[in-house]
Ligand binder design. Sequence first.
Ligand code: 48F
Length: 479
Amino acid sequence: MTVNEIVITKAIIDRFSQKFMEYTEVDTAIVGAGPSGLIAAYFLAKAGQKVAIFERELSIGGGMWGGGMMFNEIVVQTEAKELLEMFGINTREYEPGYYTADAVECVTTICSNALKAGAKIFNCMSAEDVIIREDLVTGLVLTWSAVETAGMHVDPLSIAAHDVIDATGHATEVIRLIEKKADIALNTETGKIMGERSMWAEKAEQLTLENTKEICPGVWVSGMAANAAFGGPRMGPIFGGMLLSGNKVAELIISKEESAFGTSAEDFDVWFRKNKAIFESELLAQRYFIADPEHSLSIGCGTGIFDERLGITLGVEPSEDMAKIARKRGMKIDVGTAEDIPYQDGTVKRVLLGTILSYVKDRKKAVTEAYRILQPGGYIVVSFLAREGSYTMLYDLGSLRGEYDPETVPRDPYPLKFVKGTHWCSVSEVTNLLQEAGFVELKYVQTLTHHPKYSNEEIEQPQEGYDKGDYIVVQGRKP
Ligand code: 48F
């Protein structure tokens, strides 16, 4: 066989581009391929997540390669020894409770297992910023480390991630960026990075695990970054805490996803967490008519995910499970239904029925109830997925087929089991309901004007009318 340099070149460019392209949207993006990042990647990938690690250095392994002061042996305690053994890494007891392992064997074996489990590692890439939507981190901004080191004026590229792990060690680089540029309060005592303290190995090892958590929505800290974020001490070349922290952050992310999708109370929230641009577009459309949130009442407010952002604090919700979550968001909730709202006649200035008409038993009653509790001159605001739109067709077609069409399905579709049997309202149906109840001066805005497959790609500003959007918000006035 002859070897052709150009084929080699094409193979590399082609295969790398494919890989990077595929990982422009991931479930979890990990910044830093040190011990905690690698372990987290292994467990997340094993659980079926699409995981990418972005590592600034050419080499993988962070601070583990060099053991302590370049003596390439590491020390772990009993709890972490089991984890190393699970990977087939040799450990030797030094004194009771202290085990040593070869640092190079640790890095290479854990890295190999993470890759075999399905995680991808992009080395020589630095996270230089995060993507932000309102107060949510939705992805990472990346550049080649060589560009960064050379200080070249080159714009970066970006990837989307549902969850981001800051596993950057002492530097806490991701949350430092969030703190500096995104105005998001961190889940620490001060709302800011508390800073790493001097060495105290025993305390630090224990705190590393305690401090491994979600530090702001969708952003997690693991390893030394967790301690530095929460003001814990450093621990030196004992690596048990790092390894266990990587395991813990993976478990936290997995259980958050699972538990949320398992209980219907939070299904809705999880879906919107995965479809942030859609959430923001729908929110903007609702906000168009919610001029006075402090005087507004949300009927069927669910977990309050929209109301919290709209600034509405009063809600009515039939499900105690949902109400509990809404109360945690600071709302005052009365348990009740849209057909029997526990409010006196003529007492409310504005009522929001946010995407509930498709689910209530008696739509006519729900709208007349809203009319009853409104003051004269008060407003009703109704949002809904339009029956004539592509989303409802996608859902109905999926329900009929028993599965979504893989060619047209968006990346994170709403689970079909939750849309079966839903009554989708058309614009004329909602218009008639409002007019028959006595509402006048109907006004409409619309959003989600792209095909469902693409509607999570950008946040849309609401447009007046109802002739092209899948999501419609209508306002009516009680004379
Ligand atoms: O520091 P590091 O090994 O993180 P860790 O998993 O483990 C800490 C221990 O190594 C050690 C210790 C244990 O006793 O205290 O320090 O918490 O690995 C962090 C990795 O993140 C990379 C960095 O090159 C290193 O390999 N990194 C840091 N900032 C960025 C980054 C960035 N902005 N983008 C990409 N990679």
